[in-house]
Design a binder for this molecule. Sequence first.
Ligand SMILES: *Cc1c(COP(=O)(O)O)cnc(C)c1O
Length: 357
Amino acid sequence: MLLLNPGPVTLTERVRRSLLQPDLCHRESEFFDLQDEARERLLATYTLDPAIWTAVLLTGSGTAAVESMVAALVPDAGRLLIVENGVYGERIAHMCAQYRIAHERVVGSWMQAPDLEVIAARLDATGPEGRFTHLAVVHHETTTGRLNDLKPLGELCRAHGTSLLVDGVSSFGAEALDFSDDSLSAVAATANKCLHGVPGAAFVIVRRAALAQAASRTYYLDLGRLARLQDQRNTPFTPAVHAYYGLVEALREFAEQGGRLTRYRQYGSLAEQVRAGLAALGIEAAVPPEQSSVVLRAYRLPAGLTYTNLHDGLKAEGFVIYAGQGDLSKTLFRISTMGDLSSADIDRLVKCCAKLR
Ligand SMILES: *Cc1c(COP(=O)(O)O)cnc(C)c1O
C-alpha cells in the first residue's frame, strides 16, 4: 500500500528495518547516543548553529510538539496572535484556550493567503492587555496544501519586536525555512512527515535564548525541562525508543540522499507530475501551484465522482489518498508526495484516476 495521506508516510525498507534493532533501555548510554545523534542531525537539516539553536525531542505526534512549543514559549505575561487559514491554525487557538494563554486570532478564508494588512494592524494596536509578544502561524497549512509565506510575517514581527512561532509539522525537512530571521523563535515538527520516520517522535527546534524565558504550563510536554535534561544526556520519561531508531535512520538516509534541497526537488517534481496528470483528466488544483507546497496539494472532486468512490477505487489499486477537512470534505481531496514514492508510482496513480474518472 502506498500512503498519499499527509503522514504517516510510506517508509523506505532501510527505515522499516531500523526498527528491528536490539532492545534498548532508555537509561543506558546507547539510548543517549541515539538521542544525541537525532538532535544533532535535526539541527544539521537546516545547518543550524548548536550554540544558538537546539532540537528538543518529544514522544508524541506532531500536535505534541506544537503544544509543547506554544505552552512553553508564550510567557505568563505574553500575548499570542494566531494566524489562521486552516485546521492547524485553529488547533493552535484551541491549545491557547486550553492553557488559558492570552491570545487573539486573525481568521482568514481557508482558501486564501493570510491578510498581511489585518495582521499588521493587529500588531500595531496596543489593547488594554498590551501588545502581542508572539505570533503563531502554520507554515504549510496541510488543510489546503497552501504554503504560507513566512517572509513578510517575519518582517512584521521584526518591526514589532514580536517572536514568531511556526508549526512546521508538514514542511520541516522539505520546504525552505529561514532560520536567520531574528524574529523566529521556534519551529515544531515531527518524524513522520517530510523526514520519513515513523510516528511517535516529534521535536521542537528552538532558540536557546527563548528557552531561557520559557513558561512551565504542562508537566509531560514541558519544553524547558525536556531541553535541560536532554542537554544532560537524560530524559524525564520513557521515550518511544523504536521511533527514535526510525528517526535517526531516516535522518542518516536524508543526509546521504543530499539533504533538504534534494527532498524539496523530489517532492516538487512528483507534485507537478500529479498536478499535470490530474489536470489532463479535468481535475483542477484547489490552490495555484505557486502558492502551494511541494508536500501536498488539494484537488477539486470532479462532478459525478464522490470522494468515497475515488478513495475506495484507488485503495483497491494500492493507494491511500486523503479527504478534505471540515467543510472542504465534500469538494476537495488531497494527495501528498511525502514518503518513499517514485515517478512510476505517480504514473500508475494517474492512470488509476483516469479509470475512475
Ligand atoms: C500533521 C500536522 C500536524 C500534527 O498532526 P499529528 O496528527 O499530531 O501528527 C500539525 N500541523 C500540521 C500543519 C500538520 O500537517
